[in-house]
Design a protein around this ligand. Structure first.
Ligand SMILES: Nc1ncnc2c1ncn2[C@@H]1O[C@H](COP(=O)(O)OP(=O)(O)OP(=O)(O)O)[C@@H](O)[C@H]1O
Ligand SMILES: [Mg+2]
Length: 369
């Protein structure tokens, strides 16, 4: 029987939901919903109230089915590692994961929730059968806070996942052939997830606390505008390519007019955004170098970009230049059917990257439904 699952990402910049029908022959898209979390310099308690309100508003506005939700967490308190285990039973895996977790997780074991995800990969090494397992450790307070937010908004999730694993699930759905030396980068509002694939499965997985927020903050500071204006400037101008062209992006896409006072030099914005991305680029390069050092120098060959910041104009060209690699923007809905009267192809292509994590949650099979 067809099942409905709603993937819900409560990001720092926006709440996103993807409602899918799971059918025998694939997935069908039913709903896409997004509401931004307004930025103000509130204290954490005030901010939590605002997030709860945004989740509630999204549910009401789009008629989201709150009994079918899979959500998840991300950020630096989420530790994800690939480990290799001999072929053992499901029960033995839990034991082995617990045992290995102490080595990988820098928190005391009573402070973390542990989980694992067996990759469909069995390979022979020195004639031994082994399996790759993703070990997940999340600080209890991170999960508890997330569940609290959801429950306040009237959502009792069926399962809680992890952003990076969700990204991998989406990638795996559409890319069956090219799976070695691939970097999936999800640049959101406050976090960037880096997932590096080695022969089809994630080998290096980490979250860095840098993203679109940092870009906007830097524009506001260096150009001397409010945060809201800096956000407008970021979305309007973006980066300039080396030949000075603006790329093919609709400049008036849902943005209010900037007043004459707010208009700034395009090349100054370009410079400031590039400067604000230096630390992130450095983190990415370090991860790539580490990855190559673990694989006898075999490097990352291609980058697949997702997250709301993938919509920054010319970010693909900029990263391609900085990293010396081809950079492609993800098409998360490529293998998902939808009614063409409900969703338009160019709309999905444009906003798709922002929904990648939510889509990954919606792909999860939730057995107890
Ligand atoms: N056209 C655009 N140009 C530049 N940046 C954009 C554009 N559209 C959205 N963004 C940025 O994308 C970010 C939001 O992306 P996303 O929804 O992926 O983040 P999030 O999931 O809320 O955050 P996180 O995952 O870090 O908690 C914001 O920083 C926003 O400014
Ligand atoms: Mg996000």
């Amino acid at each position: 029987m067809a099942k409905v699952i709603v993937g819900l990402e409560v990001g720092m910049g926006a709440v996103k939901a993807v409602e899918l029908t799971h059918r025998k022959n694939g997935y069908q898209l039913r709903k896409l919903a997004k509401l931004e979390i307004p930025f103000e310099d509130y204290g954490p308690t005030e901010r939590e109230k605002i997030i709860v309100k945004v989740i509630k508003d999204l549910i009401n506005k789009y008629g989201i089915n709150t009994r079918r939700v899979v959500s998840g967490v991300g950020g630096e308190s989420v530790i994800v590692r690939r480990i290799t285990l001999p072929l053992i039973t499901e029960k033995e895996i839990s034991q082995a994961v617990k045992w290995q977790a102490e080595e990988y997780i820098p928190y005391s074991m009573d402070q973390v929730y542990l989980g694992y995800h067996v990759l469909n990969q069995r390979f022979s090494q020195e004639k031994r059968e082994e399996m790759a397992v993703i070990l997940v450790g999340v600080k209890r307070e991170t999960i508890e806070k997330h569940l609290w937010l959801l429950r306040q908004a009237g959502v009792s999730p069926k399962a809680i996942g992890v952003n990076t694993v969700s990204l991998f699930n989406v990638f795996q759905l559409s890319n069956l052939d090219e799976t070695d030396g691939i970097a999936i980068l999800e640049i959101g509002h406050s976090t960037t997830s880096i997932v590096l694939l080695d022969k089809g499965s994630p080998s290096l997985i980490r979250d860095v606390n840098l993203g679109g927020f940092h870009i906007t903050e830097t524009i506001a500071e260096k150009i001397g505008t409010s945060f809201a204006t800096a956000e407008q400037i970021k979305q309007r101008y973006g980066l300039v390519t080396s030949n000075g062209s603006e790329g093919e992006v609709d400049l008036n896409d849902g943005l209010k007019e900037l007043s004459t006072k707010e208009k700034v030099d395009k090349s100054l914005v370009d410079q400031v955004i590039k400067k604000s991305m230096e630390d992130l680029v450095e983190e990415i390069i370090h991860s790539f170098e580490y990855y190559a050092s673990q694989r006898e120098g075999r490097p990352i060959k291609k980058v697949v970009l997702s997250g709301g910041t993938a919509q920054l104009r010319n970010i693909d060209k900029f990263l391609s230049q900085e990293l010396g690699l081809p950079v492609e923007i993800i098409s998360p809905f490529a293998k998902i059917t939808y009614e063409s009267k409900k969703f338009q192809l160019d709309y999905l292509a444009r906003v798709g990257p922002m929904f990648t994590v939510a889509l990954g949650f919606a792909l999860q099979e939730v057995k107890q439904i």
